[in-house]
Design a protein around this ligand. Sequence first.
Ligand SMILES: NC(=O)C1=CN([C@@H]2O[C@H](COP(=O)(O)OP(=O)(O)OC[C@H]3O[C@@H](n4cnc5c(N)ncnc54)[C@H](O)[C@@H]3O)[C@@H](O)[C@H]2O)C=CC1
Ligand SMILES: O=C(O)CCC(=O)C(=O)O
Length: 528
Amino acid sequence: MAPRVLISDQLSEAAIQIFKNRGIDVDFRPELGKDKDALLAVIGEYDGLAIRSATKVTEKVIAAATRLKVIGRAGIGVDNVDIPAATAKGIIVMNTPFGNAITTAEHAIAMMFSLARQIPAADASTQAGKWEKSRFMGVEITGKTLGLIGCGNIGSIVADRAIGLKMKVLAFDPFLSAERARDLGVEKVELDGLLARADFITLHTPLTDKTRNIISADALMKTKRGVYIINCARGGLVDEVALRAALDTGHVAGAGFDVFVEEPAKENVLFGAPNMVCTPHLGASTEEAQENVALQVAEQISDYLMSGAVINALNMPSISAEEAPRLTPFVRLAEQLGSFAGQLTETGIRKIRIEYEGTIADMNTRALTAAALTGVLTPVLQTVNMVSAPVIARERDIQVEEVRRGQMGAYETYMRLTIVTDRQERSVAGTVFADGKPRIIQVKGINMEASFGPYMLYITNEDKPGFIGKFGSLLGEAGINIATFNLGRTGPGGDAIALLEVDGEVPAATLTAIESLPLVKQAKALKF
Ligand SMILES: NC(=O)C1=CN([C@@H]2O[C@H](COP(=O)(O)OP(=O)(O)OC[C@H]3O[C@@H](n4cnc5c(N)ncnc54)[C@H](O)[C@@H]3O)[C@@H](O)[C@H]2O)C=CC1
Ligand SMILES: O=C(O)CCC(=O)C(=O)O
């Protein structure tokens, strides 16, 4: 059955064609973004959801989304998606981090000119027939200092344009390296330095606990008299009440806001303030940007649903479309090794060590580790997947260690997974052969070679004569057909392992009977 995708926001229709071309059934129902009950009623029918900012993907929506595998935001901010809830449910959340960045940067620059020359008010006055030439004295931008709060994708484009306009650019961004600041031609400063020196301040950060009200009443007191403030990022970065007061006293000469604490902003304390310019969250609204983000999100969602490629995900390591097919057998190996070890582990896991050797060490080991953790946790938690497994491991205080070694041993690729519990350490290693099928090549340091099958039996015993005959007869009497039989041992008379693929589920009574055989230490039925 073809995967189904719902578009629940006003996305450029170019996206619909992409989904169709990729063999995906798509429903374009932008009205659902504003009707949460209607969305709740249908979300269970879809594998993918494409949104902009109107659709609120709450915990409730996610709980009802029983089939959903991916949420794609045609845009940057994902504050309308409950990412922890999606992650816990194994749903990938993607955005399109670059598609609307230029357009939004241009909106911030447009705001700067609108404020400097009071264009909206001058326009209204002129069209009202007033011709108030002396009322609208402006300021020149050339030579002025622009303070950027946040210098990521959009901030750095604003910096580039502002430098082109002959402005001096300061940037406050704790994550901006000195080298990047130098390359951009901006001066990296602390917040107080920016507040004290900037003629224009523009914000380009996400809204987080650290950035909420970053322009507070206190911060406003530290700014120059006559400063202009622009927010085209997120409502809540500026204390709206404090800004209104500062506009009323004239300390702030003007403010350009595209975003508000409450949206849609039908009323706001800033409305009507002197030299206040407002737009209704139009930062990303150009034909070019909307086409970009719609195409990107449709491609990304389709790639994931059709080939497993993960691009621009916020809660999962990326897997490019090129590497997805190459990675697939190794993802399966990682998951099956994890499942093997997980099914044999009965006590609390303290640590999982995953060693990658040979060519596998150069692959996307973050994705492979996520797959291995999925395998380990699935026997306990059924619904875990590559998205949720790393988070669940962290929540359960399971330490995850990744070791990569480039050199090759006997195998071109070698992956070993070790589970450490309070009682013991158990490891299992595997590889992928040229046929693309994963193989087990070592269990607890004992070499052997076995494929994974849907039903398997794992026996540990003493390596003494008599075990195999009795064991074979017992399975025969129980009507269990052996598909493959693999043996390994530490040495003559030492510890031995038997790993068998059988043609059906092994009943508990048969397992007990196997465990009662002489020389047998442990018998376990495994499922893959
Ligand atoms: N008005 C609109 O329609 C649009 C708004 N946006 C919003 O613009 C904002 C920026 O987007 P991008 O530049 O693409 O994001 P980005 O992630 O590339 O850049 C954000 C920057 O903020 C910095 N930052 C984080 N915490 C900070 C802090 N406490 N103080 C100073 N800097 C901090 C980060 O280091 C990063 O460099 C986002 O909130 C996004 O949602 C994006 C597109 C359209
Ligand atoms: O989709 C939109 O119009 C808003 C874009 C936006 O805010 C974002 O990409 O963060």
